[in-house]
Design a protein around this ligand. Sequence first.
Ligand SMILES: NC(=O)c1ccc[n+]([C@@H]2O[C@H](COP(=O)([O-])OP(=O)(O)OC[C@H]3O[C@@H](n4cnc5c(N)ncnc54)[C@H](OP(=O)(O)O)[C@@H]3O)[C@@H](O)[C@H]2O)c1
Length: 289
Amino acid sequence: MKAVRIAGFGAAPVLEEMPDPQPRAGRTIVRMAAATVGHIDRTVWTGAFLRHPPLPYVPGVEAAGIVVASDRHAPGQRVWVRGSGLGTMENGTWCELIDAPDEALGLLPDGIDMALGSAFFSPCTSAWVALHEVAKLQPGERVLVTGATGAVGSMTVQLARDAGAIVLARIEDAALQPADLLVDTVGGPVLEAALPCIAPGGRAVLVGYTAGNALPLNLAHFLQRDVALLPLNMFRREAAGRAAVPELLARLADGRLKLEVRRFGLAEAATALEWIAQRGHRGRAVLVP
Ligand SMILES: NC(=O)c1ccc[n+]([C@@H]2O[C@H](COP(=O)([O-])OP(=O)(O)OC[C@H]3O[C@@H](n4cnc5c(N)ncnc54)[C@H](OP(=O)(O)O)[C@@H]3O)[C@@H](O)[C@H]2O)c1
């Protein structure tokens, strides 16, 4: 089979021939139809993630495809694939035949195309868990979303509106009518500028730190304003994300939730890794065989 491999951190991804995986107990072989290139894959690739597969490795945390061989799933079944160490502790999804732990799979309804089936999990479940599990959003609350044009940000905007919240997608808007909740996907100076726009007693869910990983905190202001800073860690909250999947897939299928996906060839992994790091790109990237 063909697979994208990385020989060292930050090294160019190379499309190579590798032996096909063989059926094993507890594992499902999936013919890949689309494999996401996400920020997590970039972080593992640069060596900055807290764990990584042994080098050289096949990246890719997420994918969608068709079951080829499995004790648990019927051959021919459409599935999405995510996590359980794929692309972070062992070889991942950027290959024609994915060797996945059985528990990494979920059933993909016919109404969802493979590219969307690969790309939806991280942005949709992150936004859902941020709003409903971490922030406990209530109808009528004002929600400021930073990075609202991003994949997680745009899912947060759509899900918050669906839940009856009033969404503020610009810090200037929240400066005029303070938010009850901030969902920050950007970090650094953007988070610093957004925090004073939260009403006293409000809360902020911290999702990402593309713009910087440091936050100067004036403790006097922080205590006086009594704003709760709540981290989102989707590896620790994976179970809550998985529990929300049927509802999220139903909304993607009926068009209540929309996520743009851009396709790249399997040989274009380097271009996709560059594209997702560019300001102004829209939606998620997937590799297709
Ligand atoms: N904590 C978790 O468990 C978890 C889960 C999922 C994702 N994340 C993280 O969440 C972050 C967002 O993910 P995503 O998939 O939504 O990324 P994305 O699609 O690339 O979107 C990034 C967003 O941030 C904005 N942005 C980037 N740099 C900026 C800067 N310097 N100043 C102002 N805005 C900036 C972009 O604005 P433009 O459109 O103007 O470029 C865009 O709106 C990533 O860091 C990702 O790793 C964390």
